[in-house]
Design a protein. Structure first.
Length: 84
């Protein structure tokens, strides 16, 4: 099973870059029919994770994927599952 991984550690202070990268990885997953995207906002204070979840819960983004999973063992990871 292939997956895309987006690590946001390098751009955590750049709001525009975060949105652009999230949009890019979602488009790539849809275009390439990749079933799983792993997003790594990191643990930190949780602000970046909340921002990512807000992005993913937008209606036009939410219709692209099937299911969202927060990693139980590592709170710094989010899995986005696609059904193509």
């Amino acid at each position: 099973m292939s997956k895309l991984v987006l690590d946001l550690h390098d751009i955590f202070q750049n709001g525009k870059a975060i949105s652009e990268e999230l949009g890019r990885v979602m488009r790539d997953a849809c275009e390439k029919r990749i079933p799983l995207v792993e997003i790594i906002p990191g643990k930190g204070s949780g602000q970046l994770k909340r921002r990512v979840l807000r992005f993913l819960n937008q209606p036009h983004i939410k219709e692209l994927y099937h299911r969202l999973e927060k990693d139980d063992k590592n709170h710094g990871r989010i899995f986005v599952h696609f059904r193509h």
